[in-house]
Ligand binder design. Structure first.
Ligand code: FE2
Length: 327
């Protein structure tokens, strides 16, 4: 299985490997079949930009790092519910939030790396909440490299899922962290730490963030984790920036946006080139990423010319110079 942009889809050689959902979270197209060109037009019209497909190139790529789709959709639904509750000024359903956090934790714990399902692979109405779920998954993954106890991890996850809850309460972007905090701190079952994640997720350690312009250690570690994941997820989803470029930008934030340890943990936890990505190497070979063993930035690749598999963990002279641009 591999992830392609919708424009690369060829119904003669590719089958859909994961279903496509509409905004009611119903399966629009089931997995296992090729997409009729007529349907493809509809998908393009829905602005769905990515598809998981199976073809001859993707053979042997299991993408076991891919987040489980039903859990992902459930999580999106639960976040959506909380936004609706906040909009009508009701209390949150913290119990269902906690249940989904347990499932997300399980998903992250059982995988070495995590491949996000792009928010642009589902209907537009679901994307804001899909973003929150992805930010949370990234945050949990990054936390593995930092010493954070399990109980606190749950607070971080709740904060991640609800980091933009303020957007349900105000249309003023500058105000949403404060509004979110005001709302969450009143929820008895939401920890103050989770509320602070929402409050601080747009801060920077150099004081250039908002709403308060916090500096250094005032910017809580958990909020920094949420902030860095939020920045990255927005780049890869909303701004359509390739993951390796988004990673470069994240690196420039070391010591200015976030503490260097947080940036380092991010680099060590999130792969720039996920399995199924076609890449160009410094020896001129075009290859497909097949697996990630233990080093996130040194995957195993298979040359398209010879089918030979090489591990970049073994051969340090090999470098990925970029993604293969198609069509
Ligand atoms: Fe935000």
């Amino acid at each position: 299985m591999r992830l392609i942009s919708t424009s690369e889809y060829d119904h003669k050689t590719m089958q859909l490997a994961r279903p496509i959902y509409d905004k009611q979270k119903r399966v629009l197209l089931a997995a296992g079949r090729s997409i009729h060109p007529k349907y493809l037009e509809r998908i393009v019209a829905m602005d769905i930009r990515y598809l998981f497909v199976e073809d001859s190139i993707s053979e042997g790529i299991t993408l076991e790092e891919l987040m489980d789709m039903p859990t992902w959709i459930d999580a999106i639904e639960i976040v959506q519910k909380q936004f609706d509750l906040a909009t009508s000024n009701k209390s949150l359903e913290v119990k269902s939030l906690k249940q989904i956090v347990s499932k997300l934790l399980e998903e992250v714990e059982k995988r070495k790396a995590i491949v996000l399902i792009p928010t642009t692979s589902i209907a537009e109405d679901l994307r804001r909440n899909a973003h929150a779920v992805n930010v949370t998954l990234l945050a949990l993954q990054v936390s593995k490299k930092l010493k954070i106890n399990k109980l606190q991890l749950r607070d971080l996850a709740i904060g991640g899922l609800l980091h933009d809850i303020g957007k349900a309460l105000t249309t003023d972007d500058e105000q949403h962290p404060q509004q979110g905090f005001n709302y969450l701190r009143k929820e008895r079952e939401v920890s103050l730490l989770s509320a602070h994640v929402a409050y601080q997720h747009h801060e920077q350690i150099d004081g250039q963030g908002f709403p308060r312009g916090l500096t250094g250690k005032e910017f809580h570690e958990f909020a920094q984790i949420c902030g860095i994941c939020n920045l990255y997820e927005n780049m890869i989803s909303r701004e359509n920036i390739p993951p390796h470029m988004a990673m470069e930008l994240i690196m420039t934030k070391s010591g200015s946006g976030f503490e260097p340890e947080i940036v380092q943990a991010f680099i060590n936890s999130i792969p720039s080139y996920t399995p199924g990505t076609k890449v160009v190497l410094n020896n001129g070979e075009v290859a497909i990423v097949t697996r990630i063993k233990s080093l996130m930035q040194r995957p195993t690749v298979r040359y398209l010319s010879t089918n030979e598999e090489v591990s970049l963990e073994q051969d340090y002279t090999l470098l990925i110079t970029g993604m293969l641009e198609e069509k």
